[in-house]
Write a protein that binds this ligand. Structure first.
Ligand code: CP
Length: 307
């Protein structure tokens, strides 16, 4: 594939190749000499129109560990504030020789538009409420590393599905890789058509307590208040009472089950500190794995030294 825009771009073989390559990259990260020469002479541009901590930094770390040159572009402080369009910004970056553009944008579909305007590869680092495919890849990597497989796993994705690009990409990728996904949350935050539209075998439940005893993975989503109209949102206390993962709820999970969250977290709302910091939590591992997965994505899209 030339671009990574959606979880739907990945068939099972391609996704597995990325996860296997990421596992090889992880061994590099553990070595004393952390750098590979694979992308020497290539330029990766991080084009971020929305705030990010994990994704931007891990793409930067990934590109540098592959010896690429990295240009970090943040819309704040750029000519975007003077009204320059995404297309003109993209053409400017193109003129500077970008081999890959990693883009985060508040508008769903922006990376797809960008892919029509630049010659290099485009990686979607989160577009509006639409998709975040490398987050889904690092989540799948983390599940496979902790539980040994993906096929047949039962995964509950819990909370603000409506605004979650993480949920959409995970539903697509996990379904491709043979996991069974159940979306859990209040009816106002689970779009009525999402399950069937994304993948035919998705279940929906509005009752977290009944779902927990049967899952291998519970993935808590951030409640994205910045994308909501307060009038249709329950109080934080009410939300936590019905859909927050706290200690007693965590103890309803099977012994082997893991707790995930893409970050950033609203501690005390969708997840309590007791759960987030427990041995079942993979939240810090997800961040570590994100670097290896993004190394694999850049390596495979840009072809290393050989293509
Ligand atoms: N998970 C995630 O995308 O985090 P950031 O917004 O910090 O990049």
């Amino acid at each position: 594939i030339k671009h990574l825009l959606s979880g739907a771009d990945l068939d099972a073989d391609t996704a597995t190749e990325i996860l296997d390559t990421a596992a090889e990259m992880a061994t590099v990260a553990g070595r004393e000499i952390k750098k590979l020469p694979a992308l020497r002479g290539r330029t990766v541009v991080n084009l971020f129109y929305e705030d990010s901590t994990r994704t931007r930094i891990s793409f930067e770390a990934a590109a540098k560990r592959l010896s690429a040159d990295v240009i970090n572009f943040s819309a704040k402080g750029s000519s975007v504030t003077k009204g320059e369009s995404l297309k003109d910004t993209a053409l400017t970056l193109q003129a500077m020789g970008a081999d890959a553009v990693v883009v985060r944008h508040p508008a769903s579909g922006a990376p797809h538009r960008l892919a029509n305007w630049v010659d290099g590869s485009v990686v979607n680092a989160g577009d509006g409420t639409h998709e975040h495919p490398t987050q889904a890849l690092l989540d799948a990597y983390t599940m496979r590393a902790r539980l040994g497989r993906l096929a047949g796993l039962s995964v509950a994705v819990v909370g603000d599905v409506l605004h979650s690009r993480v949920a959409r990409s995970n539903v697509l990728l996990l379904s491709t890789l043979g996991a069974k996904v159940t979306l859990v949350g209040p009816p106002t935050l689970i779009p009525v058509d999402i399950a069937g539209a994304l993948a035919p075998a998705i279940d929906v439940s509005y009752d977290l307590d009944s779902v927990l005893p049967g899952v291998d993975v519970v993935m808590m989503l951030r409640v994205q208040r910045e994308r909501m109209n307060d009038s249709y949102f329950p109080s934080a206390r009410e939300y936590a009472r019905r859909y927050g993962l706290d200690g007693p709820r965590m103890r309803r999970l099977p012994e082997h089950a893991i707790v995930m969250h893409p970050g950033p977290m609203n501690r005390g709302m969708e997840i309590t500190p007791e759960v987030a910091d427990s041995p079942r939590s993979t939240i810090v591992e997800q961040v570590t794995n994100g670097v290896s997965v993004r190394m694999a994505v850049l390596y495979l899209l840009l072809g290393g030294n050989n293509r």
